[in-house]
Design a protein around this ligand. Structure first.
Ligand code: GRF
Length: 224
């Protein structure tokens, strides 16, 4: 039976699931802004959510470089509009994953980034990238991990018939979608949901969660 079958309950349920409200880290401005690199493959709405949070002062960071693997993807258009430096590292130019990741490491290190966010990077990454940014490589995933790791997490959740799904920001480890969890937001799955409607509701929460999680990680790093 669906957890939220009465439409009048949906808004309240949504609110309840998102408690407690996400807080800003008031100690952050005493530190220099975090130099952030971002990796994206597609639309780039989470990348833009980071830019919006920085502009709003809720994330104390600077978007130093966006790397995309798909030339002409939505993230590039957003970077151009927002005037954020971006570079295409097209995975089709490499047959060996480690060599692609070596290029990513070189490019981010040349830009002196402090940390890297995988915001919809649709490639498996290797220890080359993971170890170069040990504990400073973050990923956002559209499920409540550890449920529904891997591809099409939203489809997996619908197929399983769960009543609650959500999104997770975690540190990247060698096992896919299994690194330490930094923050999560829950999203109700409605009995009327299809893939598009659930994806849209999860995306809305991702845009809140990702800047919060990055700020949380940054404050831990600066506290040593
Ligand atoms: C998000 O749902 C994220 O969880 C997943 O890829 C999607 C990227 O969306 N890893 P966008 O490109 O940021 O709009």
């Amino acid at each position: 039976m669906p957890a939220f079958s009465d439409p009048s309950d949906h808004q309240a349920a949504d609110q309840a699931l998102l408690q407690p409200p996400l807080q800003n880290d008031s100690s952050a401005p005493s530190q220099p802004p975090l130099r952030l690199g971002v990796m994206a493959s597609g639309n780039g709405s989470n990348f833009e959510a980071l830019a919006t949070a920085i502009e709003a002062g809720t994330l104390h960071a600077e978007l130093v470089l966006l790397i995309v693997n798909n030339p002409g993807c939505g993230a590039v258009a957003r970077a151009e509009r927002l005037q954020i430096p971006h570079k295409v590292v097209d995975h089709r130019r490499w047959t060996i994953r480690e060599e692609l990741d070596q290029e990513l490491v070189r490019t981010f290190q040349a830009a002196s980034v402090d940390a890297v966010v995988m915001a919809g990077w649709m490639r498996i990454v290797t220890p080359v990238l993971i170890h170069a940014f040990a504990d400073r490589l973050l990923n956002i995933h559209p499920s409540l991990l550890p449920s529904f790791r891997g591809l099409d997490a939203i489809g997996q959740a619908l197929k399983a018939g769960v009543c609650i799904s959500g999104c997770t920001v975690h540190l990247v480890s060698e096992e896919l979608d299994a690194g330490p969890i930094l923050a999560q937001a829950a999203v109700p799955v409605l009995d009327t949901d299809d893939h598009a409607s659930l994806a849209e509701r999860i995306h809305r929460q991702e845009h809140r969660l990702l800047p919060h999680a990055v700020q949380l990680a940054a404050s831990r790093w600066t506290q040593g």
